[in-house]
Design a protein around this ligand. Sequence first.
Ligand code: RRO
Length: 309
Amino acid sequence: MDLSVELAGLELAHPVLNGSGTFDVIAARRAFGDELLAEFPFSAFVSKTITPEPRAGNPPPRLIETAAGMINSIGLPNKGLEGFLAEDLPPLGELPVPLCVSVMGTSHGEFERLVEGVAARDEVAALELNVSCPNVESGLIVGEQAPETLSLLQAVRPITEKPLIVKLTPNVADPASIARAAEEGGADAVSLINTLKATAIDRRTLGPWHGAGRGGLSGPAVHHVALEQVRTVAGAVSIPVIGMGGIESGADALALLAAGATAIAVGTASFRDPLAAARVRAELVAALAEAGLGSISDLRGRIIASTST
Ligand code: RRO
């Protein structure tokens, strides 16, 4: 079955991406060798988010498993722009699929520096602007305000012609208004959802479990939140939507595509099983056939087309 999709000018062999920060491809290549490249699970690879300067990340504990998912409070540990360009970009550039680099700044100036530095590199096919990390103490989260999102896009859009994808937060009342602001500012696509703000309590101390006090919930627990938000956002913008949130199976992927996503991303499932995305793709083929569909384009936006709200 033809699974190919076009996403913001990128021709992808199939619609299964990774969620940023959920698959350490450099470590996976060390473990699995070049077999990983021969049978690469994703049609494009999205890097872990980088910031202008190196960050150590949040104090431990950083993770807790929940009934149907997990709460992370990783806090963006990364080598900073220069370290990323020197050490991580060369191996990421060897991947057999287009590379999308995720960036996050705390001001327009920081975002501009990141976009300039990253977009200038030939290895990079697209950039994701992470305006939705729940785990930083930087005050305003750009992606919680439509005017801030628009003004960020207006600042960075002139810097590059490469596709800009805006990663949206689910922690707002009206995600469609943020998506429309991203589109108005010239974004080529939006991706959603990032994690839902969440707290776990340590049963012994009765204080917060995470070193940073709180985190972001992902996994099957958020799947139906993702379906609702993808459906709403896809109905509100003309640019493509990358849907993610608790995908464990081909049926989950199919549901997000039916809700209006052009591509989908596997995230939390890859922590338990690094081959989860390959299984999701295989199951998606079977699920499409079972639904009597011959291609992805037969499916997209079914819910949007069939209902008015
Ligand atoms: O590093 C993190 O703690 C993190 C990031 Br950047 C993000 O975008 N979403 C998330 O759940 N964790």
